[in-house]
Write a protein that binds this ligand. Structure first.
Ligand SMILES: C[S@@+](CC[C@H](N)C(=O)[O-])C[C@H]1O[C@@H](n2cnc3c(N)ncnc32)[C@H](O)[C@@H]1O
Length: 284
């Protein structure tokens, strides 16, 4: 699973559920808190909008199936909406969606991309939404930046009875050899633990997400996209672990990565493989 420290934005939590660190303890990098990484996206909002992958239709099919209702006509809040990737998909399925995003630049990109969609600045730990107003709350790659001790009660407050909280991540397909090798290089660059191909079982996934005690269903959904080399590298570079990395180290990594990938993919086309890890909690 890609929820490693230097991969996609999924910091570890310590035993107390507090913030994780991106660098190994004792490494020469300063320790980064969840907060500094969570806020880092605003530095690269346009790059994020241009290069990040979306989510396959199967994610939204699964949300409908588990939630037991169609997205068409549902009142939805997409929280940590970023540039609006999941927001757009929800709108295209007919949901009446509002985007909630703390970052000014990310919210700006979202407004630009989705002119008809309301975008409000706000945070999952204190949702700027009235109680019992939503059928669905989604967090696409953003739940990990919240504190579940606050964001779970907030979601339950805002959801209507039988409403659903859906959280998901595009996790890395470590079974693909070049992807695994690349993430070992990333771990080296960030002085993080090498990636583990082991995926948490359902119980661990629910516990790690802070959703213990709720009625949760999990789905894992593999998919892939083909992009050019520049898009692939921009996607990697828009991850929080790189956004907070020292510039010289980041530039060295990306120059070498470009060289290696040009050799491995002379056509210039790269297939990025993902497994969406989806958790849906239905409110009683
Ligand atoms: C990896 S991006 C995901 C953006 C978008 N949902 C997507 O699918 O591309 C994570 C987003 O979470 C936002 N974020 C950070 N802290 C947050 C919090 N406490 N509550 C809600 N969103 C937060 C960031 O500003 C950023 O836009």
């Amino acid at each position: 699973m890609s929820r490693d420290r230097c991969g996609p934005e999924r910091p570890t939590r310590d035993a107390g559920g507090r913030s994780g660190l991106i660098a190994r303890r004792g490494s020469k990098f300063r320790e980064m808190t969840i907060s500094s990484r969570a806020e880092s996206f605003d530095m690269a909002a346009a790059q994020y909008a241009a290069s990040r992958p979306g989510y396959p239709p199967a994610v939204f099919d699964a949300v409908e199936q588990i939630a037991g209702r169609r997205l068409a006509g549902a009142r939805a809040a997409d929280v940590g909406a970023g540039t609006g990737i999941a927001t757009a998909a929800l709108r295209d399925r007919g949901a009446e969606v509002i985007a909630v995003e703390p970052g000014a630049a990310m919210a700006g990109e979202c407004r630009k991309a989705l002119p008809g969609v309301p975008v409000v600045r706000g945070d999952g730990n204190a949702l700027p939404l009235a109680g019992a107003t939503c059928d669905l709350i989604t967090y696409a790659q953003s739940w990990q930046w919240t504190d579940p001790a606050r964001s779970v009660p907030e979601a339950l407050r805002v959801l209507r009875p039988a409403g659903a909280l859906a959280v998901w991540w595009n996790t890395t397909a470590f079974d693909v050899p070049w992807i695994r090798a690349q993430h070992e290089r990333i771990a080296g660059c960030c002085e993080a633990k090498p990636p583990s191909a082991a995926r948490p079982d359902d119980g661990d996934a629910i516990r790690l997400a802070g959703l213990t005690g709720l009625r949760v269903t999990r789905r894992r959904l593999p998919w892939a996209r083909v992009v050019d080399l520049d898009t692939h590298l921009a996607n990697l570079g828009s991850r929080s672990a790189f956004l907070v990395l020292e510039e010289a180290r980041r530039n060295t990594f990306f120059a070498e990565e470009r060289r290696l990938l040009r050799q491995a993919f002379p056509s210039g086309e790269i297939q990025e493989s993902y497994v969406v890890d989806l958790l849906v909690a239905v409110r009683p």
